[in-house]
Design a protein around this ligand. Structure first.
Ligand code: IPE
Ligand code: IPE
Ligand code: MG
Length: 254
């Protein structure tokens, strides 16, 4: 692992990494256990990932924890997940705070169970001045809902006359997303071998690099994260240009 870390260029790490943490159910089922064991074991993977981000000085990390489509799952699994999210947040808040991490959430968080949404609100408030890194939890999140929400709010402003129809551009649109103040996603990692986006950050990931690994989320550790970053750094990001024009291939879209 040390050599893997040595091969990572510290000046070329992504600013914003987003992870689709997938494969918890299959991890448990492979061991002959019920799906919820997989969810429980996913917490160690989150800890390892956050440590790895801190070692590499990655300023923004988004974790897809619960999609709006996940409400379609069996009721028992949903309540287990909500309870686990609430407990984990409560147990780890001091550590998150001590590490200087600012917590944020994206998604319809007010529709989560009251215990979880108030713990979330409290944690966001407590950590809001932290500056070492930002951890964004996608909870009850749907990228399509987010885009519709932004559209509605812009349309409202056009109706009221505070925005001109002709002034709507990518910057204005971005400013109405949950992630208004967050840089675009540079790298999306999805575990468990599935190769799809599943309604995650559709706007923000327009030019993200995609990295898929067969590792199931509960098995994901620092070395797997470092491998993803190493792989990312070997890619050429062109943003529509040709090779010769690229001066700083790791810079964001402007
Ligand atoms: C990801 O693992 C966790 C959530 C979506 C909440 P899954 O629960 O989707 O696990 P698989 O994909 O069924 O194995
Ligand atoms: C995506 O995983 C959502 C999260 C990781 C929270 P899913 O397991 O719900 O995605 P699909 O249904 O396989 O696309
Ligand atoms: Mg899944």
């Amino acid at each position: 692992m040390q050599t893997l870390l040595q091969n990572i260029h510290p000046d070329k790490v992504p600013k914003h990494v987003a992870i689709i943490m997938d494969g918890n159910g299959r991890w448990a089922q492979k061991k002959g256990l019920i799906r919820t064991f997989g969810h429980r074991n996913s917490m160690n993977s989150i800890k390892s990932t956050l440590e790895a981000c801190q070692e590499l000085n990655i300023p923004y990390i988004t974790l897809y924890a619960f999609s709006s489509e996940n409400w379609k799952r069996p009721e028992q699994e949903i309540s287990f997940l909500m309870d686990l999210l609430h407990k984990s947040l409560k147990q780890n808040l001091d550590k998150i705070h001590e590490n200087g991490i600012r917590l944020m959430a994206i998604g319809k968080t007010h529709n989560l169970p009251e215990k979880l949404s108030s713990q979330l609100e409290y944690s966001i408030e407590k950590t809001k001045k932290n500056q070492a890194a930002t951890l964004i939890l996608a909870l009850n999140y749907s990228a399509r809902h987010e885009i519709i929400r932004a559209t509605r709010s812009i349309a409202q402003k056009v109706t009221e006359g505070s925005i001109n129809l002709n002034d709507i551009n990518t910057k204005v649109f971005k400013d109405h997303l949950y992630t208004a103040e967050i840089p675009d996603v540079d790298l999306i990692i999805r575990t468990s071998g599935e190769q799809r986006i599943s309604n995650f950050l559709l706007w923000q990931a327009a030019y993200a690099e995609l990295y898929f690994t067969e590792v199931l989320w509960p098995d994901f550790r620092k070395k797997d994260f470092f491998e993803a970053i190493y792989n990312y750094q070997k890619r050429e990001r062109r943003f529509g240009k040709i090779e010769e024009q690229i001066q700083d291939q790791y810079s964001n879209l402007s």
